[in-house]
Design a protein around this ligand. Sequence first.
Ligand code: SF4
Ligand code: MSK
Length: 644
Amino acid sequence: MSVNELVSDQASLEALEKASLDCVETCFDRMGAQKNQCKFGKKGICCRVCHMGPCKITPKVTRGVCGADADTIVARNYLREVVGGTAAHSDHGRHLVLRLKKVAQGKGGGYEIKDEGALRRAARDFKIDEEKRTKEDVALDLANLFLDEFMRQEEALATLELAPVKRQAIWKNKKVAPLGIDRMVVESMHRTTMGVDHDYKNLMMQAFRTALADGWGGSRIAMIVSDILFGTPSPVRSDANLGILGEKTVNILVHGHEPELSEILAVVSNDPEMIDLAKQAGAEGITLAGICCTANEILMRHGIPIAGSFLQQELAVVTGAVETMVIDVQCCMPSLPEIAAAYHTEIVSTTDIAKTPGATHLSFKADDAFASAKNIVRRAIDNYQRRDHSKVAIPSAQSPVIGGFSVDAIKYMLGGRFRASFRPLNDAIMAGRIKGVVGIVGCNNPKTKTDAYINVLTKELIANNILVLKTGCAAVASAKQGMLLPEAALEDAGAGLREVCEAVGMPPVLHMGSCVDNSRILEAAVEIVKEGGLGDDISQVPAVGIAPEWMSEKAVAIGTYFVASGINVILGQPFSIGGSDNVTGFLNESCNELFGASFHDCEDPYQAVRKTLEILDAARESLGINTKLERKLYDMDDRRKLDV
Ligand code: SF4
Ligand code: MSK
C-alpha cells in the first residue's frame, strides 16, 4: 500500500516516508504483516475463559466444550470489553479523587484547588453543604463521596442523579442502575468466567449497567475532579501536528491519559531555570507538546500544542527531534522503545502500573511532583546534546486550533457572562437553524486511512447545519485540518449553523477534551434538556454519537453508555459481535425499546451522514419541530413545568 492510502495529513505522510528510509517499522507495517486477522476473534466467537478451550464456534461446531453457544460467548466477550474500558476510565478517575483528598488534607504535594467555583458547584450538585465552609473542608467531603462511588455495595451511584429524572427512572425500571464502580467491574468479571452467566440478554444488560458506571461514574468523576484541581477549560488557541516540534528546542512529548504529571510538566518546562539550562545545552528553549488524550488535556488548560494523535506517536519519534517521550497509561504502544532506539529519544514510563520493556522507568511521585517533573526535564535537556542532526526531519505541517470547550465555556460563548446558558442553542435547534448535535469521538485505527472518515464526516455534518462536538483523537484529526477554528464556519458550515457560529464567535466543531471528557457530551445533552423545548429526556434531543475510526475497549464502553443514556451511536466498524445474530439484534434493534437508542454500523462517512440525518429528522419529527418555525421563546412557565 502506498503511504497516501494509509494517512491523510501531510506531516504523517512525510514522517511515514522517513520511517521507511530509516528502516523503522511502524504500526502501519505491522498491520500489513498481520494479513488476514482472526475471523473468529472478529466475530466474537472465540472463547478462552477456561482451559478446556480455547473454543471456537463454526457452522458445524456450534458449542464450546462446556456447551456455551455463540450467543453466550459473544455476549461474554462484549461485556469483558466494556469492563476493560470502564476500568481504564475509572481508575484514572480514582487517582484524581485520591489526589483531591490529599490536597484537601493539606498534603497535596504542589497541587491545589485551581477552580473553587467548580468545587462548590459540584458540592451543591451532591448536596454537600458548602456555605461558610473552607474549600478544603468541602473538597474533603466531595473526595470522600466520590471514593464511596467506587465502593458502594447496595446503593446505586449518586452521580446518576446528574441525569434527567426520566432517564434515571428508565435505568431503575430496567435494572441497569449501577452500584459501586469497582463492584460493577468485579461482578462483570465474575459473571463472564466459566460456568456463571450464560443468558446473553442478562449479560448484555450487565454491559449497559457497567458502561453506565463509566460514563456517569468513573469518567464523570475524572472530569469533575480534573476541573477542580487543574481548572475548568475555556477557549484557548494553539497549534496541532508534528510541525510544532522545534528544530532548535529541547522537545518533550507527554503521551497517555492521566493529567497529574503533564500539568506539572507544563509549569516546569516554563521555569526560567530550566529554560536557562536548555540554552546552556545549546538549544533555544523547551517545547512541550502532547500526544493522544494527554495532548487534549494540556491543550484545554494550558494552550500547549498537540504533536499528534494515537497513530502519530511512533511518527513523532521518527522525526528524530524528540528528546523525551513521557508515557503513563492507555494507548501507549509497546513498540515505542524499539523505534526510539533508532534515534536518540528516551522513552520514559512514569507509572508503576504501566511498564514497557526498553523504556526508562522513572516512577512519578505525585507527593513530590515538581522534583519528579524537573528530573524528567533535566534528562531531556541532557539528551538534546545526543541529538543526531543528520537524522532530524520535522514535517512543517501544523494548523491552528481552538480547544477548551467545557460546558461552562459553551454556555458563556452562547449567552455571555450575565446570561450564560444553552438557550440560544436550543432556540437555534427549535428554529431549524441547527438540525441537531453530533459527538464525534474515539481513536484512529490503521485498518482505515487515518483521519479520512472522521474529517469527511465532520465536513459533511457541518454543511448540513449540525453542530459537532469532539473528543479524543477524533478531535485531533480535525485540529490538524484546521476545522477547530471559527473561520471554518464561514467556509464549510451550512447557512443556519454559520449564522449561529458567527453571532457568538464559536467554531462549528467544538473541541471538548479527552476520552474521559465524553462525559462532557453527556453533560451538554443534560443542559439541553434542562434548558427546555427539546423534550424531557436525552433520547428526545436531536443528537447522535459517532465513533468513526475506533479501536479501543474504551470506545466500546463509551458507545455503550451513550446508548444507555438515550443517544444513538454510529460505528465506523462494527463491534466484534457478528457471530451472534441475537447479540447483534439486541444492540442494533432491541435496545431501542429499552433505552430509546441503539447502535448502527456505517462503513463509510456518507452512509453515516445519511443515517445521522435520518435519526435527527426522526427526533425533530417527534418533537414537532421538523419544519422551519417562527422562533418561539421558551418562557419561565414552560421551564418550570419541566420534570428534569
Ligand atoms: Fe470453551 Fe466453555 Fe471454556 Fe469457553 S468456557 S473456553 S466455551 S469450555
Ligand atoms: S487517546 S482511546 S486512541 S481516542 Fe484517548 Fe485516542 Fe482512542 Fe486512545
